[in-house]
Ligand binder design. Structure first.
Ligand SMILES: CC(C)(COP(=O)(O)OP(=O)(O)OC[C@H]1O[C@@H](n2cnc3c(N)ncnc32)[C@H](O)[C@@H]1OP(=O)(O)O)[C@@H](O)C(=O)NCCC(=O)NCCS
Length: 367
């Protein structure tokens, strides 16, 4: 078996590996419909901007496993900027599992991390899956036991559909218990307008996100070009069932709030079903609670219009604006998503072991 870095990813082959490895195990937590276009989008939107590595496992010429490293910076209170790498989109096809291939691929990503000056590796795992077990074997430790989980049923008309998924894990059970109704009418915004966002809005959105620095002990640090790459590469999803969205609340040229994400096709044991995934969201610090909730509810209506068959939506950002989302009817059960971390180099080892005491996180989640 050869484990090596891949410079130019064959999206067809990568999709086949991720589909075959994820779907059988991840139907309890929901696995996206891995398709070549979707992987091209993830690669170009998230991995490529910071030159993240891709590792492959080869049996002869056959690719049997693949994995990516998503490089991004954290702004950590009392420490400053920490370059990190998320282990993501990593799968080994079933016939080759339990032979140590994932461990070897993660080791390769770790070696590459050091050469790219990354200090910390991480992954937001899922209690019901085996990713945490693999990472423990690779020397990662569980640092947070409740990193991310906010989800909402898209209206009372979707409860029955959601109930068909409820035996598939605790998350679903919890979700079905939450209040699923929506207000009778789409809430209105009193000033300005909610419109589609463009690349020209990237710098204002990044500014909104940076303003969370004082209230968040670990904050994913966005550069304008990283944010832009999410927006511009969304056009790769045109013509596929994945529907990206980027909406901003504009008051006389000032961005008061934004939401970015995509409607994804998710495999559950009960079948394939679309779901809204909110990947980033931000609110200007001068907004009051009611304005924030109205904005959230108004885009919930928009997701419902865009994907009437979708049963739910979730926020794929750890702890971010959780009070706003709680009030907008999201179920906030963060007990199933542990964050596993490993330091590369001694400086951060000591920090992880003795100084990590943070409670407020805004960390991007990647499968
Ligand atoms: C998770 C996954 C990548 C593991 O790949 P793998 O090559 O089989 O993993 P390894 O052989 O290197 O396993 C290393 C250790 O992890 C643990 N582990 C791996 N798969 C496991 C499973 N299905 N159940 C329980 N423990 C598991 C075991 O401790 C294993 O050591 P052991 O075989 O000596 O007991 C593979 O099952 C997969 O593709 N799953 C779907 C995608 C996914 O969950 N990706 C997240 C990757 S972090």
């Amino acid at each position: 078996m050869q484990i090596k870095l891949i410079d130019s990813v064959d999206y067809e082959k990568a999709a086949k590996i991720l589909y075959e490895s994820y779907i059988p195990q991840w139907q309890v937590a929901g696995s996206p419909e891995w398709s070549p276009k979707y992987i091209e989008y993830l690669d170009k939107a998230y991995i490529k901007p910071r030159d993240g590595p891709c590792v492959g496992a080869f049996d002869g010429d056959n690719l049997v496993g693949i994995g990516f490293g998503y490089i991004n910076d954290w702004n950590v209170a009392e420490v400053g900027k920490v370059p990190t790498m998320a282990i993501c989109y990593l799968g080994v096809i079933p016939q080759y599992q339990r032979k140590g291939i994932a461990i070897s691929m993660i080791k390769k990503l770790e070696e590459t991390a050091s050469s790219k000056k990354v200090s910390v590796l991480y992954r937001i795992c899922n209690d019901e899956l085996s990713d945490g077990k693999v990472l423990t074997k690779c020397g990662f430790t569980e640092k947070i036991d409740n990193a991310y989980q906010m989800a909402r049923i898209l209206g009372s008309d979707m409860v029955n559909k959601a109930a068909t998924f409820k035996e598939y894990g605790t998350i679903m059970k919890q979700l079905v218990k939450t209040v699923a109704g929506l207000p009778k009418e789409k809430p209105t915004i009193e000033v300005g307008a909610i419109r589609d966002g463009t690349v020209a809005d990237a710098s204002a959105c990044v500014e909104v996100l940076a303003s969370y620095k004082d209230s968040t002990q670990i904050l994913r640090d966005w550069t304008e070009s990283e944010f832009e790459s999410q927006i511009t590469n969304a056009n790769l999803l045109a013509g596929t069932p994945f529907a990206p969205f980027f909406r901003v609340w504009d008051v006389n040229g000032t961005i008061k709030a934004f939401v970015i994400g995509r409607v994804e096709f998710i495999h559950w044991k009960a079948g394939l079903c679309p779901s809204g995934v909110i990947t980033d969201t931000g609110f200007a610090s001068d907004l009051d609670k009611k304005d924030k909730i109205n904005f959230v509810l108004s885009f919930i209506f928009e997701i419902k219009e865009k994907a009437p068959e979708a049963f739910g939506t979730n926020v794929a950002v750890a702890h971010h604006e959780e009070k706003t989302y709680d009030k907008a009817g999201f179920n906030n059960d963060r007990s199933r998503r542990p964050l596993y971390v490993k330091a590369v180099g001694n400086e951060f080892k000591a920090w992880l072991e003795s100084q990590w005491k943070y409670k407020m996180y805004y960390i991007s989640y990647q499968r």
